[in-house]
Design a protein around this ligand. Structure first.
Ligand code: HEM
Length: 392
């Protein structure tokens, strides 16, 4: 079962440095084992762009039903026709017009966070900005009190965590189950309140979809709220901190962006490719199929390593280079096909605003001396727990 797979068992990514910089290992896998079967755990792994793209988008051959043990059925782990119906309903809360309306609020939150640290010259990008911003935004969008946001973070951390060793497996599953039942109770309460008094937030929009059309079940509404919380938090935190890390790693970038802020959306896009917050997407083989001559059997698990696909030399020229002007930039970071990330416009907007505000305020930025890479504990995400920088 997907919840019981430990990628570190075969990945050769053990040190903190290797976990945050898996790219040399990916390159090696693309060259030597582009389609790799981990026989111990019975899992296929694909590292090339074309293969990863097919695995995540060929819905007839690869299913999103990855686990029987997952505590919650939700949009990310169902297939058509259920997925098609649910997706068309919840998309109503994510139209470009609705997303654009959020811009001033995101701007206010960002400025508020940076004002709080305006007197300091050493700041922590994660703690001071990348971590609080997405959770404030999602709390606002869902129309729930910002005061609950620490609890929110704890829940979403438990739900995205993957086991780092075989011994951890049961504990991680227990944690997920606990977080899920607490979240269900929390959101049931909120939804009840909003049924009485409808506002303009996403939950209220979805309650209308449920009540008017009777197509969205109460259970689906509840699990969608939980998905939004989980899918939109840690990923966006990682995008913002990975962007800043990429800027300090590639020294001319900050200066270039300061001179020409219209390049900031490109910088966001290139960060998405270069250091994807999500590195691996799992699927289950739905019907026997072949990849590059290897036979995959119905029921087997496949990992699409999108972090590697994004650096595939067959797809991107000079892939190990952070190129502010890369065009086209057809990375797989938000997925591909019917499950394409619903929150992509929002994630891009948040990152654009956060980075613009940082670049506007500070003329230089550098990593604090003595900093040791501090990656988050997740086998399928790429991000930092802390990133202390000196700003002037
Ligand atoms: C789906 C990545 C931010 C909501 C996905 C998928 C990826 C992804 C790769 C597809 C999963 C699959 O094919 O199995 C990211 C990244 C983000 C981000 C890298 C930030 C940089 C957000 C935000 C929200 C969000 C901010 C909402 C507030 C969703 C939802 C789905 C999804 C609802 C499920 C769509 C479906 O299954 O039809 N995301 N996401 N994401 N994302 Fe995001």
């Amino acid at each position: 079962d997907i919840l019981r797979v430990v990628t570190n068992e075969f990945s050769g990514l053990h040190t903190k440095e290797e976990k945050y910089n898996p790219f040399p290992w990916y390159k090696n896998m693309r060259e030597k084992h582009p389609v790799y079967y981990d026989s111990k755990q019975g899992v296929w792994n694909v590292f090339l762009y074309e293969d990863a793209k097919r695995v995540i988008s060929d819905k007839d051959a690869f299913s999103s039903k990855k686990s029987k043990e997952l505590p919650l059925q939700n949009i990310t782990n169902i297939d058509p026709p259920d997925h098609t119906r649910l997706r068309s309903l919840v998309s109503k809360a994510f139209t470009p017009k609705i997303v654009a309306n959020w811009e001033p609020r995101i701007q206010d939150f960002t400025k508020g966070l940076l004002d709080q640290i305006s007197k300091k010259n050493t700041i922590d990008i994660v703690e001071d900005l990348a971590y609080p911003l997405p959770v404030m935004v999602i709390a606002e969008l869902l129309g729930i009190p910002t005061s609950d946001r620490n609890q929110f973070k704890e829940w979403s951390n438990s739900l995205v965590a993957g086991p780092s060793s075989t011994e951890d497996i049961q504990e991680t599953i227990n944690q997920k189950n606990k977080a899920t039942s607490e979240l269900k109770e929390y959101f049931s309460h909120i939804i009840q309140e909003k049924r009485k008094k409808s506002l303009e937030d996403i939950i209220s929009v979805l309650i209308q979809a449920e009540e008017n059309e009777g197509k969205l079940s109460a259970e689906e509404l509840l699990s969608f709220c939980i998905v939004l919380l989980v899918a939109g938090n840690e990923t966006t935190t990682n995008l913002i901190s990975n962007a800043v890390y990429s800027f300090v790693e590639n020294k001319t970038v900050w200066e270039t962006l300061k001179q020409d802020p219209t390049l900031i959306p490109n910088a966001v896009e290139e960060t998405l490719r270069y250091r994807s917050p999500v590195q691996v997407l799992p699927r289950r083989v739905k019907m026997d199929t072949e990849i590059s001559g290897y036979k995959l059997t119905s029921g087997q698990l496949v990992f699409a390593w999108i972090g590697s696909a994004n650096r595939d030399e067959n797809k991107f020229s000079n892939p190990e280079y952070f190129d502010l002007k890369r065009n086209p930039n057809d990375h797989l970071t938000f997925g591909k096909g019917i499950h394409f990330c619903l929150g992509a416009p929002l994630a891009r907007l948040e990152a654009k605003i956060a980075l613009s505000e940082l670049i506007k305020r500070y003329s230089t930025i550098s990593i604090k001396e003595g900093y040791q890479i501090d990656p988050i504990e997740s086998s399928f995400m790429n991000g930092l727990k802390s990133l202390p920088v000196i700003v002037e």
